[in-house]
Design a protein around this ligand. Structure first.
Ligand SMILES: *Cc1c(COP(=O)(O)O)cnc(C)c1O
Length: 397
């Protein structure tokens, strides 16, 4: 039965994804079920999206209520849920204002446009260059692909958008050398998750903040994946004791409902005047109600604390395993965004986990990622560790 559906998918859906060979029909908390009723422990969370787990009651109820009341009306009107969602994000971040959109790429697109326009308004023509990081990932639209520091995503698509240069991650001198009078922004992820789980160094980020402030270069943090509690704080930048100029959000912002946003200070967001940027769906009542329920739940039910505690436990246990299994060359990350680097191809490991009933994510190189829901309990982590032990044992043989 599952096979038939998979064949149908191949017949009718553009072939842009390498998919797990299962049809998932239901999810609850940290577990999902395929159409044969087989249960899987989800250490992927729909790619760091379902941070509150599947079918979170608060999000489900908020969406059902709002869908029956007012689903969409457009940004030609004021909407109560959108206003409340914006207030919630501003009151819990460095920022003053929010722009809503629908995805991570769109959020980064907005951040890129905002940076250019801010610079144009405050520093005049020609100051439009953005320094991004090698090995970064910012999305698949033309601009965000151009901003992405991995060649494999760009093959066959040039000419790319001009105005991006790339420097090695965590290398302050490289940035200092790359800054020119045309630089308007620096854009980076605090953890390069798609790039292989590389964590930004605190000193690096703090010095970067200092340099960018001095030159009025905007510091854009792509928090699409590190935001919404993934690292154990509500936003990743809170780990670094700095305030950025712009952050982009998406993924877990609606716990599965497709939403995106950027947050900035008044002075920066002021560059977006009426008519300069827009999104038909952005922050519509349904999306906004998902954001409100997600943020409220993340901040009120001990979810962040759990992420920190469980993340530390998992990292420690994996570090112990690393010592016993020489093919594991590194274990790194923060909160529940963890990467395991090995000497063997990741595809095989991911498949073995799936056959043992656990979903893990591949990353760049020989790195696979653990991105479980932030509500995960110790029992579920122990189930994972037991299965991981079995799989690791087999690699040794
Ligand atoms: C997933 C991701 C994006 C792209 O988000 P989409 O919603 O797929 O467009 C951008 N940046 C980072 C860091 C991401 O993890």
């Amino acid at each position: 039965m599952q096979e038939e559906w998979i064949n149908k998918a191949k017949k009718y859906i553009a072939d842009t994804y390498v998919r797990f060979p299962i049809v998932v029909t239901r999810g609850e908390g940290c577990w999902v079920w395929d159409m044969h009723g087989r249960r899987y422990l989800d250490f992927l969370s729909g790619i760091a999206v379902c941070n509150l787990g599947h079918a979170n009651k608060n999000v489900v109820e908020a969406l059902a209520y709002q869908a029956a009341r007012l689903g969409h009306i457009s940004n030609l009107f004021y909407m109560e849920p959108q206003i409340r969602a914006a207030e919630l994000l501003v009151e819990n971040s460095f920022g003053d204002k929010v722009f809503f959109c629908n995805s991570g790429a769109e959020a980064n697109e907005a951040a890129i446009k905002l940076a250019r326009r801010y610079s144009w308004k405050n520093h005049g023509e020609g100051r439009f260059e953005i320094i991004a990081m090698e090995n970064s990932f910012h999305g698949r639209t033309m601009a965000t692909m151009s901003a992405t520091g991995q060649e494999k995503f760009k093959v066959g698509f040039p000419p790319l958008l001009e105005g991006f240069s790339f420097v090695p991650f965590n290398d302050l001198e490289a940035i200092e050398r790359a800054i020119t009078p045309k630089t308007c922004a620096i854009m980076l992820e605090l953890i390069q998750s798609e790039g292989g789980v590389y964590v930004a160094d605190p000193q690096y980020v703090q010095k970067l903040r200092k340099i960018t402030r001095e030159k009025d270069i905007l510091l854009i943090l792509d928090e699409v994946q590190t935001g919404m509690g993934r690292t154990g704080k509500f936003f990743g930048y809170e780990q670094y004791g700095i305030e950025p100029d712009v952050i982009s959000l998406a993924k877990a912002l609606g716990n599965g409902f497709p939403v995106g946003a950027i947050i900035a200070k008044d002075q920066v967001m002021a560059a977006f005047e009426p008519g300069t940027h827009a999104s038909t769906f952005g922050g519509n009542p349904l999306a906004a109600s998902a954001i409100i329920a997600t943020v409220d739940t993340l901040l009120s039910e001990g979810v962040l604390k759990n992420c920190e505690t469980i993340g530390t436990y998992l990292l420690n246990e994996l570090t112990k395993k690393r010592k016993r299994f020489p093919f594991i060359t590194d274990v790194r990350g923060k909160g529940l965004l963890l990467g395991i680097e090995t000497t063997i191809p990741t595809d095989g490991i991911v498949r073995e986990f799936l056959s043992e009933g656990v979903i893990v994510a591949a990353s760049k190189g020989n790195v696979f990622r653990l991105l479980p829901p932030l509500i995960i309990g110790k029992e579920e982590v122990d189930i994972f560790l037991e299965i991981a032990e079995r799989i690791f044992e087999r690699q040794k043989a």
